[in-house]
Design a protein around this ligand. Structure first.
Ligand SMILES: [Zn+2]
Length: 483
């Protein structure tokens, strides 16, 4: 099996191979957050899908170079900074910081570079100059520079524009515009007083102004892959489905008209997250951020598992019930993992020789690994990979009950799968005072058991349970954990 991915450009699931086969390097660009506010969990669904992609590429043996931009200047950031009465960087800095914190909370692997739009303006100016020289860009009477979509014959290939009317010469200045209204779009917007007020204007040979959002991603991705890998073609470009038009369509037009080379070979798009049936959006008021979840004590492992259980190309309904079910799932997984880990010191099954020494656990683990790979090779079918994982938990527990050996192999398989899914429950932090109290109670219980005072031992166990401490008696002593 080889990795296959659904390519929005061709509307087909295609075998994936990178442009540079040796060394097997993959260049990956993912559109990053617009740091005008906190990113909501709908944004993080996209970033998590990209994390799955990145991790599975690495698991499959590729050397991934991952670029994620930070949009710290665009229509929205300027408006928000102006409303807050702040300079642009003063307004965006805390949201950049918050984004990194949320990323770490959700266990998202950091990109190799996070270029910021405001720090990449020279590359944007160079790209606009190139487009002007090639005659695909022009200055409008408002002083802004526009891309002439009629001059780029394949415009609309990604979003299948053929069914829509191309309005030659009609222009749009705003970063976001309607799906059914393709027009010449702004590459560089002439500086307005509001831009100057927040510090969002730069000098350029074609007039003082600021970049359009679409231009930013083209210039930053080309600059970064040029630096790292001396290429002008990305292996994979990913983002949310809402970016297909106009954002990604415009990125293709600007980049390909500028370089004369294909911009990205694979285009991957993640579907929306719905909260109680409504697309999560700041506009609709059902806004939930990653930090809201963190502040409520939600384990990131549960969020990840919940997201993996729906394919990235299907809309996902986010409900409290679904999140609680995912939480129960990661707990079950964590318990199985701990059990397997304890058994690794016991390669021949249970010490008293009870149970079959039939290698059943090893067989189950090996079968799981095959199923896991087959599922993810099939356009990142994480729901199927998770189903296989929980089958291993279920059947593996039964095999362990029967004393089957093979725990060391199973542990290795689980560790490898977690490099991709990363859904083991977070260890609960215990303060030293509590730990000392627990150890003291366990010692008292041991003493009671030794003197055959089982009533006292049971009473202590109940006392521990009441404080959320679960204990287990093993041949090497009593272990405990918080539940
Ligand atoms: Zn972008």
């Amino acid at each position: 099996m080889t990795l296959t991915l659904y390519n929005t450009l061709t509307r087909r699931v295609e075998p994936f191979a990178p442009l540079a086969p040796s060394p097997a390097r993959v260049t990956l660009y993912t559109c990053g957050p617009t740091v005008w506010n906190y990113a909501h969990i709908g944004n993080f669904r996209t970033f998590l899908f990209e994390d799955l992609l990145r991790r599975y590429l690495a698991y499959s043996g590729y050397d991934v170079f991952h670029i994620m931009n930070l949009t710290d200047v665009d229509d929205r950031t300027i408006k928000a900074a102006q409303a807050a009465g702040k300079r642009l960087e003063e307004h965006t800095a805390p949201f950049v910081q918050a984004f990194f914190e949320d990323r770490d909370y959700l266990r998202i692997t950091p990109a190799h570079v996070y270029p910021r739009a405001t720090e990449s303006v020279p590359a944007m100016v160079r790209l606009v100059e190139r487009l002007l020289e090639r005659g695909v860009a022009y200055k409008g009477e408002d002083g802004s520079i526009y891309f002439a979509i009629a001059k780029f014959s394949t415009y609309g290939r990604l979003s299948r524009l053929d069914t829509r009317e191309l309005k030659v010469g009609a222009r749009v200045a705003s970063d976001e515009y309607a799906k059914d209204d393709p027009r010449d779009f702004a590459l560089w917007k002439r500086a307005e007083p509001a831009d100057e007020q927040v510090g969002a204007a730069w000098d350029a040979p074609f007039g003082r102004g600021r970049p359009g959002w679409h231009l930013e991603c083209s210039a930053m991705s080309l600059e970064q892959i040029g630096k790292c890998c001396r290429t002008e073609t990305l292996d994979i470009h990913a983002g949310g489905v809402d970016l297909i038009f106009p954002h990604h369509e415009d990125e293709i037009a600007q980049s390909e008209a500028g370089t004369g080379k294909p911009f990205a070979r694979f285009w991957l798009h993640g579907e929306f997250l719905n909260v109680r049936g409504t697309k999560m959006s700041k506009r609709f008021g059902n806004f939930l951020t990653a930090r809201d979840l963190r502040d409520q004590g939600v384990d990131a492992a549960a969020v990840r598992l919940l997201f993996w259980q729906t394919h990235y190309r299907k809309a996902l309904d986010f409900t409290d019930e679904a999140l609680a079910a995912a939480g129960a799932g990661v707990k079950r997984l964590g318990e199985f993992y701990e059990r397997v880990k304890r058994e690794t010191g016991n390669p021949k099954g249970l010490p008293d020789g009870r149970g079959k020494r039939d290698g059943r656990l090893a067989e189950l683990a090996a079968k799981f690994e095959v199923d896991f790979r087959a599922a993810l090779d099939d356009d990142l079918n994480a729901p199927r990979a998770c189903a296989a994982l929980f089958e291993l938990v279920h059947e593996g527990n039964a095999a362990l009950d029967a004393g089957a050996p093979g725990a060391a192999l199973a542990l290795g398989v689980l560790d490898r799968a977690m490099q991709v899914l990363d859904v083991m429950p977070s260890a609960k932090t215990v303060d030293t005072e509590l730990a000392q109290w627990i150890e003291g109670r366990i010692a008292a219980r041991d003493k009671a058991r030794k003197s055959k005072d089982f009533r006292e031992a049971d009473r202590i166990r109940a006392e521990l349970t009441a404080r959320g401490v679960e204990i287990e008696d093993t041949p090497s002593g009593t272990t405990w954990r918080l539940v």
